[in-house]
Design a protein around this ligand. Structure first.
Ligand code: ZN
Ligand code: ZN
Length: 256
């Protein structure tokens, strides 16, 4: 079984002592690749460096909406330079998050628009983080006359209607371990998304799936996300693995 974890944060201190083991576990679970996602300039740089050191790792460079407030003068230029790195396969994570409003909404919009433009300029997919800003983000994407944006809405927070709008715009939708939680509304939404447009992720170290909920997450557990999708759709976990891996290869240009 071939799997790809399309979203993890393995530079956090939770992995400081056992990253080698975590990557070994990932290999043993069938992972062919995992994408380590930056949230600001420093972590984006770390993602690129870690991807150089570990063949299983790819990287994304971007500024999380929470981190827009602490952006420094040359950060954007340096992020742009990282996009030329051979193992940086996406711009992310970027987006709008009005749930906690850690950064001012106006600043978030301004920075997100820059990344939208870069996605076309650099021909790179977007890894979008959004919470309580679904309408804004869809409006921003659809009202700008340009076409050809590619990307994924990660840890999808919306309902079926939002999912349909995202699919109509040509984006993929990704789910995390939260679809394995009891009473998860995401599980219901996931059922409405065709396998051809689904990606899977762990968002490690967060959102650990059942049966390890409450513990630290790691990429190997993406198999439980795949299993949950298989259960919902009444297909084998192998076919979910195969299709979501193909989707990840297509979106991020991975040759596995
Ligand atoms: Zn996120
Ligand atoms: Zn994340």
């Amino acid at each position: 079984m071939k799997l790809v974890d399309t979203h993890a944060h393995l530079y956090f201190e939770q992995y400081r002592n056992d990253l080698t083991q975590v990557l070994l576990n990932a290999r043993q679970a069938g992972l062919e690749a995992l994408i380590n996602i930056g949230i600001d300039l420093d972590t984006s740089k770390m993602c690129a460096e870690m991807a150089e050191a570990h063949s299983i790792m790819y990287a994304a460079a971007g500024i999380h909406p929470h981190d827009v407030a602490s952006i420094k003068e040359n950060d954007l230029e340096e992020i742009a330079a990282l996009l030329e790195h051979p193992k940086v396969v996406a711009i992310g994570e970027v987006g709008l998050d009005f749930y906690r409003d850690i950064s001012a909404p106006e600043d978030q919009r301004k920075i997100f628009k820059i990344f939208l433009d870069w996605s076309l300029e650099y021909e790179m997919p977007l890894i979008i983080h959004t919470r309580e800003a679904e309408e804004d983000i869809l409006k921003l994407i659809s009202s700008r006359k340009k076409k050809g944006w590619r990307g994924v809405f990660h840890c999808f927070p919306g309902d079926e209607e939002m999912a349909k709008a995202v699919l109509d715009l040509g984006f993929y939708i990704s789910f995390t371990g939260n679809i394995t939680f009891k009473k998860s509304s995401s599980y219901r939404v996931m059922k409405s998304v065709p396998l051809e447009r689904l990606l899977i992720e762990t968002d490690s170290p967060f959102l650990t799936p059942v049966p390890f909920r409450g513990k630290r997450n790691e990429p190997a557990y993406v198999q439980y996300v795949a299993q949950s999708i298989a259960n919902a759709k009444g297909v084998s976990v192998e076919s979910v693995a195969e299709r979501t891996t193909l989707n990840a290869m297509n979106l991020f240009g991975l040759s596995l």
